[in-house]
Design a protein around this ligand. Structure first.
Ligand code: SF4
Length: 230
């Protein structure tokens, strides 16, 4: 598949589009979750419609305890395997031995190095051989995500991305979670709209940009970990 062959989902509901993709690419569809509210919506849609999609999460080794709890509750609720990808132990050992456990606070380069080792390399391993990558990205989430399309070509990983809730508002996401009683990370109730690794995420004040609590010590406006580089 190349950029000329984006699947045509026009006129289809999310579930119809997902069913079409599952029949077109059996065993080649992956969904990556960080257990965000958005990802929980997508997990619910996939699992409640029994769609055969490989569900994967990246355990960086620095996640919040609350994130592991929502992982456990999601496994129980949907009774589906969620594949866990860890970073390469030798790479983490070398980085932490040489630079200490908080190197990411010292420079953008160090932060990107840590995200690369703990997130990007394991993600590449997870995506290997897959054709369609489903995400819970929304265009409203940040200025770097403003131009997201429902179906797009991911240059970095050479595959099609399907963003089924790209145009949902935060209200719609929250209402869906409540309506279906979907397990979610309790940190969302404590002022954390966007949750990543524990040392790199903090609560935000009401009305603040929802991603401003991520890598808050950095001043650049394109704060992404490299998973969804745009
Ligand atoms: S978010 Fe922080 S701890 Fe997590 S991988 Fe990136 S730099 Fe490392």
């Amino acid at each position: 598949m190349d950029t000329q062959e984006l699947p045509d989902i026009s006129g289809k509901t999310t579930v119809q589009a997902l069913k079409m993709l599952c029949s077109m690419y059996p065993g080649k569809i992956i969904f990556t979750t960080s257990f965000s509210l958005e990802d929980q919506v997508v997990t619910h849609i996939l699992c409640s419609n029994k769609l055969h999609v490989k569900i994967v999460t990246l355990d960086t080794g620095r996640l919040f305890e609350e994130t592991y709890k929502v992982l456990a509750r999601t496994r129980e609720r949907y009774n589906v395997p969620i594949e866990i990808y860890f970073p390469d132990a030798e790479k983490v050992e070398k980085m932490v031995t040489q630079k200490g456990p908080f190197s990411f606070y010292e420079s953008v380069e160090n932060r990107i190095e840590c995200c690369h080792i703990r997130k990007v390399i394991p993600l590449k391993r997870a995506l290997l051989g897959q054709k369609i990558w489903i995400t819970g990205l929304r265009s409203e989430q940040s200025n770097t995500r403003a131009n997201i399309k429902p179906v797009e070509w991911d240059e970095r990983y050479n595959m099609v991305k399907y963003n089924p809730i790209y145009d949902w508002s935060f209200e719609e996401v929250k209402n869906f979670i409540t309506k279906h009683n979907i397990p979610y990370n309790v940190l969302h109730d404590r002022g954390y709209p966007s949750i990543g690794c524990a040392p790199c995420t903090r609560a935000v004040a009401p009305g603040e940009d929802i991603r401003s609590g991520r890598w808050w010590w950095e001043n650049n406006s394109k704060k992404e970990c490299g998973l969804h580089a745009r």
